[in-house]
Design a protein around this ligand. Structure first.
Ligand SMILES: Nc1ncnc2c1ncn2[C@@H]1O[C@H](COP(=O)(O)OP(=O)(O)O)[C@@H](O)[C@H]1O
Ligand SMILES: [Mg+2]
Length: 262
C-alpha cells in the first residue's frame, strides 16, 4: 500500500510553464481525480509522476521513497502503473497477450523464460494466462480474449489497457482520460470499472474530462488551470468552489447532471 505525494512540481517547455509549483497528496485507497481544461498540464503532470518527463523542479514521493528521477521501466516493480491518453496497445497481438505483457513488465524475466520453456515456467505461463483472463473478466472484456486487438471496439481497448496495468499488481494506477472518445455506454462501463476498483481499495489517480464520471467515482479532486493548482477538495467542495466555477464552467454549478467540460 502506498501514498503518493507531489511536491512543488514544475515543468517548463522552452518558455512555457506547463506545470507550475503543483503540490497534492493522494491518500491510500482513494480515487483522486485531476481535472482542468485542455492544456492545463494534466498529462504533463502524469508524465512526470510516471518518469516519462524529468521535472524542472520539485519532488515526487511514493511513501518515503523519492521517485522523482526514476526511469519509467523502474516504476511497475514499485507498484506504479498507468494507462495512456492515446491508446498504447499492440494491435497485432491478441487481447489476452496484451494483458499478459503486464506480467512481464512486473517480472522482467519474460524473454529468457519463454525461450527456455521449462516446466515450472510453463506453469507460470498458465498462471499468468489465468490471471490475465480474470482481469479481463473484471474489466468486462473477457469475451475478446482470443481476438486480435485490432478487431476490438475502441471502448473495449481502453478497458484492456486497465487490465494490463492491473496485471503489474500495482498499488497505484494512473489513468489519463480513460473515457476520452467513448460513447455514453462505454463511458458508463469505464465508470463501473473505476467504481469497482475504488470499492476494492485500489488507489487510482484519474485524469478525466467527463464531469459526471469524475463526480461519481472520486474521493478527492485536484483542479489545474494554466499549469497551476486552482483548488483541491471533495467532489462537493469542488462543485461549489467559486474559483473553479469561474475558471471554466461558467455560472452553472457542477452537478452530476452537468455535461462534460469544454
Ligand atoms: N512535450 C512537450 N513539448 C512542448 N510543450 C508541451 C509538451 N507537452 C505538453 N506541452 C504543453 O504543455 C501544456 C500542457 O499540456 P498537457 O499537459 O498535455 O495538458 P492537458 O493534459 O491538461 O490537456 C500545453 O500548452 C502543451 O502544449
Ligand atoms: Mg492530456
Amino acid at each position: 500500500m502506498s501514498s503518493l505525494q507531489v511536491e512543488s512540481l514544475t515543468k517548463t517547455f522552452g518558455g512555457l510553464q506547463a506545470v507550475q509549483d503543483v503540490s497534492f497528496s493522494v491518500a491510500i485507497g482513494t480515487v483522486h481525480s485531476i481535472i482542468g481544461p485542455n492544456g492545463a498540464g494534466k498529462t504533463t503532470l502524469i508524465n512526470m509522476i510516471t518518469g516519462m518527463y524529468a521535472p524542472t523542479s520539485g519532488r515526487i514521493m511514493l511513501d518515503t521513497m523519492d521517485i522523482t528521477r526514476l526511469r519509467p521501466q523502474k516504476l511497475p516493480a514499485l507498484g506504479l502503473a498507468r494507462t495512456f491518453q492515446n491508446l498504447q496497445v499492440c494491435m497485432n497481438m491478441t487481447a489476452l497477450e496484451n494483458v499478459m505483457v503486464g506480467a512481464h513488465l512486473r517480472q522482467n524475466s519474460g524473454l529468457i523464460a519463454g525461450l527456455l520453456s521449462l516446466p515450472t515456467l510453463r506453469k507460470n505461463d498458465r498462471d499468468c494466462r489465468q490471471e490475465a483472463l480474470e482481469l479481463m473478466e473484471k474489466v468486462g472484456v473477457a469475451r475478446f480474449a482470443g481476438s486480435q486487438a485490432a478487431q476490438m471496439p475502441y471502448g473495449a481497448l481502453k478497458r484492456l489497457e486497465i487490465a494490463r496495468a492491473l496485471m503489474t499488481h500495482p498499488s497505484i494506477v494512473l489513468m489519463d482520460e480513460p473515457a476520452a472518445g467513448l460513447n455514453p455506454t462505454e463511458t458508463s462501463e469505464i465508470g463501473e470499472v473505476l467504481r469497482r476498483l475504488g470499492e476494492e481499495g485500489m488507489t487510482v489517480v484519474l485524469v478525466e474530462h467527463d464531469m459526471p464520471l469524475v463526480m461519481r467515482v472520486s474521493d478527492a479532486i485536484t483542479v489545474l488551470d494554466h499549469g497551476k493548482k486552482l483548488a483541491d477538495g471533495t467532489p462537493a467542495e469542488i462543485r461549489n468552489n467559486p474559483a473553479v466555477i469561474a475558471a471554466y464552467l461558467g455560472a452553472e454549478p457542477m452537478g452530476v447532471e452537468a455535461g462534460a467540460m469544454p
